[in-house]
Design a protein around this ligand. Structure first.
Ligand code: ADP
Length: 171
């Protein structure tokens, strides 16, 4: 079973084979964690994102693609596009679950041992934090892997950290 770790801070500073980016469908960068990853990782990441776009077009919500991690200590950045919260709980929950599942699948195919996730969609995309945390934890717990040893949830704000702590202690 994969070990789950919880930490608070900046995901660009985390030691992990892969870090996940809450990207937008353009893959061309944005604010929040996306901006932080591109700033810290350098232009190589954006260049690879451009190549992916030229090859396959935009990244659909719930899907994931991989690039180098540039100047970061990670080997890979996995870019996944979270849903924008528009009060369609069933549909948007499914899409957020897909983000975690598809990122884990991609990490496994890359033979990654550790993967770090930010709290996808809980920033400018306004997904309710508690529901997002429940979905994230459920998807990670349901994912069976022979390859991935550890999943790190990296919370940037105290509210998310408290929610994850509570939910992870419960079960
Ligand atoms: P989204 O568009 O998916 O909502 P955001 O980047 O706006 O993406 O927010 C996603 C989450 O990432 C939020 O909880 C936000 O607090 C967090 N975040 C922002 N900067 C960082 C960072 N440097 N490291 C980790 N998490 C971050």
């Amino acid at each position: 079973m994969m070990k789950i770790e919880l930490t608070k801070g900046d995901i660009t500073k985390i030691k992990s084979d892969a870090i996940v980016n809450a990207a937008n469908s353009s893959l061309l960068g944005g604010g929040g964690v996306d901006g932080a990853i591109h700033r810290a990782g350098g232009s190589e990441i954006l260049e690879e994102c451009r190549q992916i776009r030229n090859r396959q077009g935009k990244c659909k919500t719930g899907e994931a693609v991989v690039t180098t991690a540039g100047n970061l200590s990670a080997k890979y950045v996995i870019h996944t596009v979270g849903p924008v919260w528009n009060n369609d709980e069933e549909k948007e929950s499914q899409l957020l679950a897909n983000c975690y599942r598809n990122s884990l699948k991609l990490a496994e195919s890359l033979e990654v041992k550790t993967i770090a996730f930010p709290n996808i969609s809980t920033g400018v995309y306004r997904f309710p934090k508690e529901l997002a945390a429940k979905i994230a934890i459920q998807e990670v717990k349901n994912f069976e892997s022979e390859v991935i040893e550890k999943v790190i949830f990296v919370c940037f704000d105290e509210e998310n950290e408290e929610l994850y702590k509570k939910l992870l202690e419960r079960d």
